[in-house]
Design a protein around this ligand. Structure first.
Ligand code: MN
Length: 438
């Protein structure tokens, strides 16, 4: 586990003024990575590090000679058009780079003169996916989500008997993971009405969101070599926001017996900025479950994991309807939750995914599943918030929503905040649903 070090010192400030003051998602204690270029340009994609409202252009910074020693190789990797090489290096080189960036961006740093020529305002940037995602696996780690969904189908027995023993997941599709800001068309698919004899093909009428976190894999494992629970986090590069869009009318017709398919793989939005586990170190949390529940099997448990396998991350989903956009009213909150409510941790997802010898690779994405909390206002999908579509949500401007409508924009946000540590955030994960193609 990564310990606290000088880079987490809440007293640190940066010569980049917008990084200071506590309001930004990207103070000097965060330093997340993305892939970017200037919007509308033909520039090459390259890695960048967020600092306040700016991006440290890693390609420019490497060319300017800012990095040396242990930080040079990871800095070069961070300058590439994808972060896969950096991810594959593992936590030590990543930590060396973080230390160098922290020192170079601090108030009074000798590197300021060189490095300020390497800044690009975030307002001028467009983002790519942070890495080439080889595989995407989606889990189901919120017991509250699993119970809420299960109750819709099996009121007397909402939670399946395997849930407390095995981290449930399915293999998703990497090709349709899109970066925040990229819009997509409402999917079509087979839908069968409850009283109909046959299905029809039509645009989904039950578009939903799933507020999740993306866990990006760093160094992988060889085929046949499971990753133990206490080594699992050495294989995690970092976390990002993730909206796993879902078509709730396509899903029930197609999902038995092999699980979700086309209801899930038309688009999944990920935020551009990946927050490293090292940045999250001040926000570690104990990870335990009620004593009356079955406790995790030995390969999913350890003393260290119980002590600090969780993360205290606040998560929020907001909706902006076309009418809100026209009237310039603020987006409305749909849900507010915390990653601490998860029943299975990020480390447990990695240990479980590899217990059979399955090999993970740098850049693989593990979705946490919808991170609903224990109360209805912490439910992170519309299917829960509307009780399966029965109770529409009333928005502050008088509009109602049961499902996501054409033109609606969904934004996810995430942040960590507590006394004695710098507030850090994840930026945004934004997506707008366009009308189905004719
Ligand atoms: Mn999902």
């Amino acid at each position: 586990m990564i310990e606290l070090n000088a880079t987490h010192d809440p007293a640190l400030t940066s010569w980049v003024a917008s990084a200071n003051g506590g309001a930004t998602d990207f103070p000097i204690q965060n330093l997340p990575f993305a892939v970017f270029r200037r919007r509308g340009s033909q520039e090459g994609w390259r890695g960048g590090v967020a600092i306040g409202e700016q991006i440290v252009d890693m390609a420019a910074a490497v060319a300017a000679g800012v990095f040396a020693g242990d930080a040079l190789a990871p800095a070069r990797a961070a300058a590439e058009p994808t972060l896969n090489v950096l991810m594959k290096m593992g936590p030590k080189p990543l930590s060396s780079l973080r230390k160098a960036l922290s020192q170079a961006l601090q108030t009074g740093a000798a590197e300021q003169a060189l490095l300020q020529e390497c800044l690009v305002p975030q307002s001028q940037a467009e983002y790519g996916l942070p890495c080439q995602i080889g595989d995407y696996t989606d889990f189901y780690t919120s017991v509250h989500h699993a119970t809420n969904i299960g109750r819709l189908f099996r009121p007397d027995n909402p939670l399946m008997p395997n849930y407390q023993w095995v981290p449930i997941g399915y293999h998703g599709r990497a090709s349709s993971v899109i970066v925040s800001g990229q819009d997509f068309h409402r999917p079509r698919g087979q839908v069968r009405a409850p009283d109909a004899d046959a299905p029809v093909v039509k645009p989904s009428a039950r578009m939903d969101i799933e507020l999740e976190l993306a866990v990006f894999i760093g160094q992988g494992n060889a085929l046949g070599d499971p990753i133990g629970i206490d080594a699992a986090e050495e294989h995690i590069f970092g976390l990002a926001l993730f909206n796993d869009w879902s078509a709730r009318d396509i899903q029930p017709w197609e999902y038995q017996p092999l699980g979700p398919f086309l209801s899930k793989n038309f688009a999944s939005s990920v935020s551009p900025w990946v927050v490293t586990l090292e940045a999250l170190a001040p926000y570690r949390a104990p990870f335990t479950r009620p004593a009356a529940d079955p406790q995790p099997l030995p390969y999913l448990a350890s003393a260290a994991h119980s002590a600090s396998g969780g993360f205290d991350i606040q998560l929020e989903a907001l909706i902006e309807t076309p009418k809100m956009r026209q009237t310039r009213s603020a987006p409305a909150r749909l849900a507010l939750t915390n990653y601490r409510h998860a029943y299975w941790s990020a480390a447990q997802m990695v240990a479980h995914h590899t217990v059979n010898g399955c090999n993970l690779q740098a850049g693989d994405l593990l979705g946490t599943g919808t991170l609903s909390g224990p109360t209805l206002d912490a439910a992170c999908a519309l299917i829960e918030l509307t009780s399966g579509g029965k109770n529409p949500i009333r928005l502050p401007n008088g509009e109602q929503r049961t499902w996501v409508e054409d033109g609606d924009t969904i934004s996810l946000r995430g942040w960590c905040e507590k006394p004695g540590a710098a507030r850090i955030g994840f930026g945004e994960c934004v997506g707008t649903v366009l009308p189905a193609k004719a």
